[in-house]
Design a protein around this ligand. Sequence first.
Ligand code: CP
Length: 330
Amino acid sequence: MSAKSTMGSESEVIPSDQLSTRHLLGIKELRAADIELIFRTADGFKEVLGRPIKKVPALRDITIANLFFEASTRTRVSFELAERRLSADVVNFSASGSSVSKGETLVDTVNNILAMKVDMVVMRHPDPGAAVFLSKHIDSPIINAGDGTHEHPTQALLDAYSIREKLGRVKGLKVVIVGDILHSRVALSNIFCLKELGAEVMLSGPATLIPRHIESLGVKVEHDLDKALAWCDVANMLRIQLERQGGDGIANFPSLREYAVRYGIDLARYRKLGKELIIMHPGPINRGVEVTSEVADHANSIILDQVQNGVAIRMAVLYLLAARIPRSTV
Ligand code: CP
């Protein structure tokens, strides 16, 4: 056991090989030591995932509920795979077809599931703050799998981990996050995570999609994408969230075509840079809008590495949070 430190508001002594939080509600509550512990733990699980038998018995006695009140492909499949690779029992819940449609509240829904002896909850919800709200009403560890426009902590962790894997470090790198910052939980979690790890962060996109006063988070803003790309080592191209724009879906810019011309990356714009820019995207991609297919599938695109690393990162988060469940309930 390594050195011990007192962290967080719980005033308990937490070993430095444990997370300082009981839940993962957002990156904002994590310190660099937590993120580095998650990365070191994920390194071990990545090695496991490369074996012929990709499974360990670490969470054999744990039952995890995946509660998805909003659509997901990557996050949902990734969490379920991570849980099964750790030998946890898994129960999946979707709001559609459930008693939520009969008016059942979030707290009642979750408490009924927990009454069936579930130990941990992974939740995606359309409302910002839903995971924080739930954490005030239930005792089990909660992992926020994306809450509205607020945070998506495991996405930011797998993004930073993928940068570290590709470039050997995060500290000192320059990362530009491009596009729909206004509606993006990925942007906020990435800003907190990259800043905590010592990267420089710039935001680029139309003024209508960049919140006013966002510089107060310690980021630069550059509306000219070509200048932003010339500055950075890594470009994280965010999806235009058509479902959150309001109106006809493109209330904040004239057309998808104009957005693609000004804020998308095609091969010509990429080649003009004359450098090995790393391309990222959290998915799902609007091909031809944020990036063209040639750029999404380019040798310097790490989009599928992000997806692959998501399983190891989520295994690490689940494992470390399960370690903080009192032994009597495990
Ligand atoms: N990146 C991401 O959260 O994708 P899904 O919405 O498919 O989970």
